[in-house]
Design a protein around this ligand. Structure first.
Ligand SMILES: Cc1cc2nc3c(=O)[nH]c(=O)nc-3n(C[C@H](O)[C@H](O)[C@H](O)COP(=O)(O)OP(=O)(O)OC[C@H]3O[C@@H](n4cnc5c(N)ncnc54)[C@H](O)[C@@H]3O)c2cc1C
Length: 418
């Protein structure tokens, strides 16, 4: 039986570990934290996941929250406010199939316990780079899925595919109870408010340990008015500041927060990271490599909600490649091919969407968003970029094709403006 070691018990590592276990592999996870520590820790994400990624989990029966009572996400509702407090346009982009935000503390602690109960080995130990020289001798394959941990420095930055040197946004998030439902958006949508050049806010219903909740993610343009969480205030102060910002900039959102309160004593996170692509294979001893997965190799600002989805896609692609490899060695060429498959099928499209949303809006993108405000069909296509970012190239990134598309909608049967 082939022996595989996975470093890191997050979306990528645990999904791959559980799937390989189901396929009969001898799998070990090395995790920096126990299930109790993950569950009792601070939030790590807002983790909105869309249908294509959730399907990978369903294929292996890992969809443990599908039947738990909580609001599944049915689409995005976006509002653009060019100046504080003024709505210029809004649109709703429904998804064909629902998504969900299951608190990673709940999901990963449950999956880790499930993995152990299914005969997976777990070693609770934060792996150091120096540990790997011994570990690569013991396993047929070592996969590093340690998220943004220091061990990622093993993997060289890809200077061609990495466009940024600095974080595009400063992030803050809070899990809340008591946020009211929006009259404009009665269904459980991801509500997005955008003040171009200043901030984007995302509010989404989710499921946390205590039950359903709302999660507010603020994507602040660095040094702008929303960039006021770098000191990592406690949950009550975090909520106070968020309310002030929402009331001033997006009052239609702020009015939903009068009765809001933090969902537990550990309800916040704050930080910033640079969207980066790294090379997938790192040489540990001469001729012995480890393979990076998830955020280790492609880390993205969460403005487009792609990171956890891509972590799931990478686990899915790596799983297929491991199964197809049979008894042959997991050498460097195989690692690079496996990553390229993931990059071409998934990551490059998610990066394109992320970069489009991080950058100042080009005139063409502004025109497409304005068209989404007028034509429900275009709004739907825009909304579906989040689950299906590969669709971005043919219209949102191509002014000629985009203009032709808008003209066809405007002139066709779907062209009845709102
Ligand atoms: C504020 C915020 C909001 C986000 N919102 C979304 C969203 O809505 N949708 C979305 O798709 N993505 C979102 N993301 C991104 C998403 O959370 C990540 O891309 C995803 O969790 C990456 O999964 P991963 O398994 O690669 O890494 P992680 O989830 O980070 O897991 C890595 C694991 O490895 C462990 N570890 C680290 N170092 C070591 C070590 N040396 N030894 C052993 N274990 C180690 C860590 O403790 C952790 O458990 C968001 C991120 C942030 C910060």
């Amino acid at each position: 039986m082939r022996k595989i070691l996975i470093v890191g018990a997050g979306q990528a590592g645990l999904q791959l570990a559980l799937c390989l276990r189901a396929e009969g592999y001898d799998v070990t996870i090395m995790s920096a934290r126990t299930a109790d520590e993950i569950q009792g820790g601070w939030p790590t994400s807002t983790q909105a996941m869309f249908a294509p990624a959730l399907e990978h989990e369903r294929d292996y029966g890992l969809n443990l929250w599908d039947d738990v009572e909580h609001p599944h996400l049915v689409g995005i509702g976006a509002t653009i406010a060019p100046v504080p407090g003024v709505k210029a346009l809004s649109f709703y982009g429904p998804w064909d199939r629902p998504g969900a935000s299951i608190d990673q503390r709940l999901k990963m602690s449950t999956w880790l316990r499930l993995f152990e109960s299914r005969g997976g080995h777990v070693v609770y130990h934060p792996v150091m780079t120096s540990d790997l020289a011994g570990l690569v001798q013991l396993y047929d394959l070592v996969v590093v899925a340690a998220g943004k941990g220091e061990i990622v420095d093993l993997f060289d930055r890809d200077p061609v595919r990495s466009v940024y040197e600095y974080p595009g946004r400063v992030l803050s998030a809070i899990y809340l109870d008591g946020v009211e439902w929006s009259r404009d958006y009665p269904e459980p949508r991801v509500r997005i408010n955008i003040e171009p050049g200043v901030a984007e806010t995302f509010t989404m219903p989710g499921l946390t340990m205590s039950g359903p909740c709302e999660i507010l993610l603020i994507e602040a343009v660095p040094n702008g008015p929303f960039d006021i969480f770098r000191d990592r205030p406690g949950p009550t102060e975090h909520l106070r500041r968020a309310r002030l910002l929402l009331n001033e900039h997006f009052p239609w959102e702020g009015e939903l927060y009068y009765r809001a309160r933090p969902a537990g004593p550990r309800a916040t996170l704050a930080g910033a990271f640079t969207t980066t692509v790294r090379r997938p294979a790192a040489e540990i001893t001469p001729g012995k490599y480890v393979l990076g997965m998830g955020d280790v190799v492609v880390v993205m600002d969460p403005i487009s909600g792609q990171g956890a989805n891509c972590a799931s896609h990478s686990a899915h692609v790596y799983l297929k490649a491991i199964l197809e490899r049979g008894g042959k060695p997991f050498d460097r060429e195989w690692m690079e091919e496996t990553f390229e498959t993931y990059y071409h099928e998934y990551a490059q499209h998610s990066l394109a969407l992320t970069m489009t949303l991080l950058e100042p809006m080009s005139q063409h993108v502004q025109q497409m968003i304005s068209a989404a405000g007028r034509y429900p069909q275009i709004a739907k296509r825009f909304g579906n970029l989040f689950p299906y970012p590969a669709d971005i190239h043919d219209w949102l990134l191509d002014p000629a094709k985009g203009a032709a598309y808008v003209a066809s909608v405007a002139g066709g049967w779907g062209g009845r403006p709102r």
